[in-house]
Design a protein around this ligand. Structure first.
Ligand code: SAH
Ligand code: MG
Length: 221
């Protein structure tokens, strides 16, 4: 952690009861939940955006969904998990936090639940945090379910620094890094979205839909 990160993180507020236990559970069981700085940033984004509806792809044990719900009490979250064990764990935690009413957990492959997910939309915020090799597919399938003024957030886009420099990564990690790099190249050059990669946590991209009346980078002409 560099000096800036250390300084910034010294201001992170203490979370609601139970969150630290969940983080420990994730650490002990190798569940890749969002990093502290990343989730703090996402929570602030949610306070700014005040989304009535959030779609999350990749619930894992429900950690990020619970934190997003904490950031903005009016929001309703639809979150999808395909791993049965994690889905069960997420259901358990949603109950523990008394959030089963505000966070709807769907079991299955997000790519196969299209109709159900669309029926519950549209969404003000889409958060993509599932299989890294499928990011483009998730994005293409669900960006149209996001309102014109909505935002799309993608996590792990810098993947431990290995997207920018894969030389220290093992074969498997380098492969994932290459997949993410391809996704970044695609998204950052997409004519219909403005995107910015924020080097916070494991790398978080924020995308907004381009106003049809504006050209990209031509807002003032
Ligand atoms: N957002 C969570 C972490 C998600 S980890 C948090 O920060 O707390 C990624 C999760 O996505 C894994 O649990 C994995 O099982 C799930 N996943 C991967 N591909 C998926 C798919 N196609 N549909 C649904 N879930 C998927
Ligand atoms: Mg992630």
């Amino acid at each position: 952690m560099d000096t800036h990160d250390k300084y910034v993180s010294s201001f992170f507020p203490s979370p609601q009861a139970g969150v630290r236990d969940m983080e420990k559970y994730a650490r002990d069981n190798g569940v890749p939940i969002m990093e502290e700085a990343g989730i703090q940033f996402l929570m602030q984004l949610i306070r700014m955006k005040r989304p009535s509806r959030i779609l999350e792809i990749g619930a894992a044990i429900g950690y990020s969904a619970i934190r997003m719900a904490e950031a903005y009490p009016e929001t309703k979250i639809i979150t999808v998990e395909r791993d049965e064990r994690r889905y069960q764990e997420a259901a358990y935690y949603l109950d523990q936090f008394d959030l089963s009413g505000r966070i709807e957990l769907l079991f299955g492959d997000a790519l196969k639940l299209r109709d159900e997910i669309y029926a519950k939309g549209p969404y003000d915020l889409l958060f993509i945090d599932a299989a890294k090799g499928k990011y483009r597919t998730f994005f293409e399938q669900y960006a149209p379910a996001v309102k014109a003024d909505g935002i799309i957030v993608t996590d792990n886009v810098l993947f431990k620094g290995w997207v920018a420099d894969p030389t220290q990564a093992n074969e498997r990690m380098a492969k994932t890094a290459r997949e993410i790099r391809r996704f970044n190249d695609w998204l950052m050059n997409h004519p219909d979205f403005h995107s910015y990669i924020v080097p916070v946590g494991d790398g978080v991209t924020i995308s907004t839909k381009l106003d049809r009346k504006q050209g990209k980078g031509k807002e003032f002409t």
